[in-house]
Design a binder for this molecule. Sequence first.
Ligand SMILES: Nc1ncnc2c1ncn2[C@@H]1O[C@H](COP(=O)(O)OP(=O)(O)OP(=O)(O)O)[C@@H](O)[C@H]1O
Ligand SMILES: [Mg+2]
Length: 488
Amino acid sequence: MKILLVPILLLFVILSLLFLLRVLLFKTGLIYITKKWWRSIEDCFHVYQFFKVPEFNENMQKNHLYRKVSIYLSSIASIEDSDFTNLFTGKKPHDIVLHLDPNQVIDDYFLGARVSWINQEKNDTNRCRTFVLKIRRTDKRKILRPYLQHIHITSDELEQKKKDVKLYINNDSPGQSGHWRSVPFKHPSTFDTIAMESDLKNKLKSDLESFLKAKHYYHRLGRAWKRSYLLYGPSGTGKSSFVAAIANFLGYDVYDIDLSRVLDDSGMKMLLLQTTCKSVILIEDLDRFFMDKSTRVSLSGILNFMDGALNSCCADERIMVYTMNCKDHADPAILRPGRVDVHIHFPLCDFSAFKTLAHNYLGVKDHKLFPQVEEFFQTGASLSAAEIGELMIANRNSPSRALKSVVAALQTDGDRRGSLNIRRQWTDNSSRKSTDDSGEQSGVFSKEGVNATKDIRKLYGLLRLKSRKKSESFDRTPDSKAGQSCGL
Ligand SMILES: Nc1ncnc2c1ncn2[C@@H]1O[C@H](COP(=O)(O)OP(=O)(O)OP(=O)(O)O)[C@@H](O)[C@H]1O
Ligand SMILES: [Mg+2]
């Protein structure tokens, strides 16, 4: 027995010592000191190359690579883990930016290799600042080019995200065409705040994302790298808010064209020429253009504008958005595939959109009045999201009162606009397979309805209750034909 006790005791002592050592290393920070020592020993066995990125070139012009490296280094994880770092407020509220201290060194890892950056600052009269990249000679051939490319791409993306979005408004005066005025774009609308079928919303988001990646594809086809969306539907259903959500999602500036202020077709061309890439170009209420003959722009002026026909450099990386209340008055030439890639219908509210609004505006996910509200929607009554939103804002302190006021408003929805909006569809024609390797689709993204006479509305509502599941499926409507015609 005694013979066994000694090794057990020994094992216990060894384990306790190891445990204590672990606590000592990790709790006191000795592990970092050990790692540092190990690294400096390791460094002795490698040959390094140094690459300087000075802030200015020999002509004292700014070196853009310096700015990109600075943006990139502020974003990498190792700056947060470094022994010390400078914290500054960013451009946006609550934004905190990390900056290297003079002569601070931080590590970065790329394709399994470790590189170091030194923020070299000379305290002479010119206060010349340089980033120095230290890279192992053995890694240089493998990673230098892709690493620099990675810095370019990452810093561009970060800049795009941080950029203040601007709203441009055209301001033509006699003798001065193509003049834009800008103001900061502060619209808070995002894809999360828009009440819209989540499937449709996700499809639109991925449509935008795949467009962004399709530069080479468009150029290979000899086409302007642009994507155009037609948003149509009754007033107050979220068309303008959706444009703001697109701009906020992409970080693109918005150029909002007021056709009544454009002097002529050449003014229209000048406006397009003055827009910058990475922007949303918006023409609101395009249907009014066909009814209101007072505008000085001709149909061909509009068509050329939509095509970005001047040349692809002034239509590249643009999202064109047109809004309308109704497509009926639009010239078919405007709606033809290529001019409008995607048609999105914005219907009046249905019960599911109402629930999203109740959640966003009142913080309510469920309520005893919901079944009553649903019943009204099923009998064809409906209101626009704007109308429901206003009622909810006015009664935001009392969800019950807010919902009662929505019920009362649905009760008095005399013209039963909602009955035109009964069936929900995502018209997605499988024959319209994308030819775009980025996976983009053209088509109609719509909720569309059928006409029902006043007398059968109630009956229809009951029937719909039974056949609801069927009507949720993909369906074809006159719009889906339009979608087919847009097919890629
Ligand atoms: N689908 C929606 N989701 C969330 N809010 C909405 C929605 N539709 C409208 N709203 C709210 O209603 C108000 C008006 O919406 P918006 O201006 O986007 O409508 P619109 O379709 O552009 O109307 P119009 O055709 O009259 O220009 C906005 O304040 C917006 O917040
Ligand atoms: Mg609008």
